[in-house]
Design a protein around this ligand. Structure first.
Ligand code: SAH
Ligand code: SF4
Length: 392
């Protein structure tokens, strides 16, 4: 017998909540009351929602539930970065990170437990894919960050001003749930974040970028990481399916549809000896000529299953200068929270990989370590590219 799940009020958008109340024969404005109780006041107990009549509260308790993922651990880095381990319904553990800065606080949210796309430089990709997070598990990460920062009690010293979908997983491969979660984050009666301060980061799932405009007007970041298809396909298998030209075309199409002037961020993870040469920077400058954009360089953050190395600071500076001279706005992401494994690409959680990819990677890494000791062939991390994007 399949269990009948009650709708989870913590994962319903304003429109879906309104529809629920109409179905119950109630007034749709109850939706706004519920959103405020859960997402602005942090109240999860229907009995405490005192502007709703006792009768309706009873009815609501019968018809629905309010449930959030569990927080298993709370880490604080020396630099103030926070990382939380979140247990999701599939049993996997994902991670979310809060990065406080002078004028903003950025929350980096996960959308999937693991990731099927297997980019060669990414710790999450090495785990394989386990599950899509539900709407309440995605938006619930913002709820928990607010809870831990003291926002609900009005005693927060730091607040979440920006959300980036740059935690574990490919957000556009969990499209519907991510869209609903973004809608809750940007809803005035809930978290009220502005469209400019919520960013979807994608490795370039072209059909999903093409339909994004019908669902959201959040900001967009494209993980490019290489100036040509040959190199990009070596480090990102998804490029075999959706090559650079297609990705840039779809990104441009999304930006063209926004009602305000915004440009996408092109993310470029710099890996020593792989994509950090001056020639790569020159090629990138030419490639992006037709696309108004900002470029964000992320020096590679090492993790145990990868042989890749971080680029030297002089090669990062050279790379940046070439792009700046060509007229681009370039930022370099500073590494935050690496003492607690919270830096970009280090997020792993505890994911039960249905494809057993993590075991394969561990075996290959062990072989490569052995080979290094033997002085025989050293397997580079790109040797791990067994899986192509055909599982999309
Ligand atoms: N799947 C999405 C979002 C999650 S990854 C995407 O790929 O865009 C978020 C960002 O972290 C991406 O730009 C990704 O390329 C980068 N990243 C992954 N592993 C990294 C590592 N080891 N060092 C630095 N950045 C990394
Ligand atoms: Fe997945 Fe993004 Fe990591 Fe690539 S970089 S494996 S798309 S999470």
């Amino acid at each position: 017998m399949t269990a009948i799940h009650k709708p989870n009020l913590a994962g319903l958008t304003r429109a879906k909540l309104r529809a629920l109340f109409v179905d119950m024969g109630e007034k749709p404005f109850r939706a706004e009351q519920i959103l405020k109780w859960i997402h602005q006041r942090g109240v999860l107990d229907i009995d405490l929602m005192t502007d709703i009549s006792k009768d309706l509260r009873e009815k609501l308790k019968q018809a629905a539930e309010i449930s959030l993922p569990k927080i298993l651990e709370d880490f604080k880095s020396e630099d103030g970065t926070r990382k939380w381990i979140v247990e999701v319904s599939s049993g996997s553990h994902v991670e979310m990170v809060f990065i406080p800065e002078a004028r903003r606080g950025t929350l980096c949210i996960s959308s999937q437990a693991g990731c099927s796309l297997d980019c060669s430089f990414c710790a999450t990709g090495k785990q394989g894919f386990n599950s899509n997070l539900t709407v309440a598990e995605i938006a619930g990460q913002l709820w928990w960050a607010n809870y831990h920062l003291g926002v609900f009690e009005d005693k927060a010293e730091q607040r979440v001003s920006n959300v980036v979908m740059m935690g574990m997983g490919e957000p556009l491969l969990n499209f519907d749930n991510v869209m609903d979660a973004l809608s809750i984050m940007m809803e005035d009666c809930a978290y009220g974040l502005s469209k400019r301060k919520v960013t979807i980061s994608t490795s370039g799932v072209v059909p999903a970028i093409d339909r994004l405009k019908d669902y959201t007007d959040a900001s967009l970041a494209i993980s490019l990481h290489a100036p040509n298809d040959e190199l990009r396909s070596q480090i990102m298998p998804i490029n075999n399916k959706y090559p650079i030209k297609e990705v840039l075309r779809s990104a441009q199409g999304y930006m063209d549809n926004l009602s305000d002037k915004r440009v996408p961020v092109i993310e470029y993870t710099m890996i020593a000896g792989v994509n950090d040469h001056r020639q790569h920077a020159r090629e990138l400058a030419v490639l992006l000529e037709q696309l108004p954009c900002k470029i964000n360089i992320i020096p590679f953050n090492p993790f145990s299953l990868s042989d890749y190395r971080r680029p030297s600071s002089s090669s990062v500076t050279n790379f940046r200068q070439i792009l700046q001279k060509a007229g681009y706005t370039v930022t370099v992401r500073t590494t935050r929270g690496d003492d607690i494994g919270a830096a970009c690409g280090q997020l792993v959680g505890d994911v039960e990989d249905q494809t057993r990819r993590s075991e394969r990677h561990k075996r290959r890494h062990a072989q490569s370590e052995l080979a290094k000791k033997d002085g025989s062939k050293v397997f580079g991390s790109t040797d791990n590219l067994a899986v192509t994007a055909d599982r999309l």
